[in-house]
Design a protein around this ligand. Structure first.
Ligand code: GTP
Ligand code: MG
Length: 149
């Protein structure tokens, strides 16, 4: 099944949203496959956001992500990458629907609380980058009440 890399950014940690964000993914029916708190290096963040290196906001983005610890997670389940992005909401919180994490808890793009992989291919890269692929495998017993036979 599909896995996605979800990260709670420094503002999400500072604002006490860790439990809330984890609860949303749990309650939706996704399986937690990896979880840790980390103070990432500049090098790691520059790799993670490598595709954005040419953007004018890139230095600001790296500084933001270095401003405190983050929560790193792998969530697994049906269409996890796309559904994870829907649960996060639009990049710019002002454009995010209510009911999404950003739409409920953020106002500005430079303080948008969370990250989610944008493709299955990038999810694989990010899980390797942040977890060195050290992801737990176990049977979620509740799955029989989440997925049709
Ligand atoms: P992530 O899940 O964090 O990757 O966000 P995203 O995929 O919705 O957007 P994208 O990958 O294009 O941008 C990565 C992050 O850079 C965003 O989540 C923002 O935190 C930040 N960012 C994007 N655009 C801007 C901008 O115009 N100004 C600032 N300050 N930050 C931006
Ligand atoms: Mg992105």
């Amino acid at each position: 099944t599909e896995q996605t890399y979800i990260m709670i950014k420094p503002d999400g940690v500072q604002r006490g949203l860790v439990g809330e964000i984890i609860a949303r993914f749990e309650k939706r029916g996704f399986k937690l496959a990896a979880l840790k708190m980390e103070t990432p290096s500049k090098e790691l963040l520059e790799k993670h956001y490598g595709d954005l290196a040419d953007k004018p906001f890139f230095p600001k983005l790296v500084k933001y992500m270095l401003s405190g610890p983050v929560i790193c997670m792998v969530w697994e389940g049906l269409d996890a990458v796309k559904t994870g992005r829907v649960m996060l909401g639009a990049t710019n919180p002002l454009a995010s629907n209510p009911g999404t994490i950003r739409g409920d808890y953020a106002l500005q793009v430079g303080m948008n609380v969370c990250h989610g992989s944008d493709s299955v291919e990038n999810a694989k890269k990010e899980i390797e980058l942040w977890f060195n692929n050290d992801v737990k495998q176990y049977k979620l017993d509740a799955a029989q009440w989440i997925y049709e036979a």
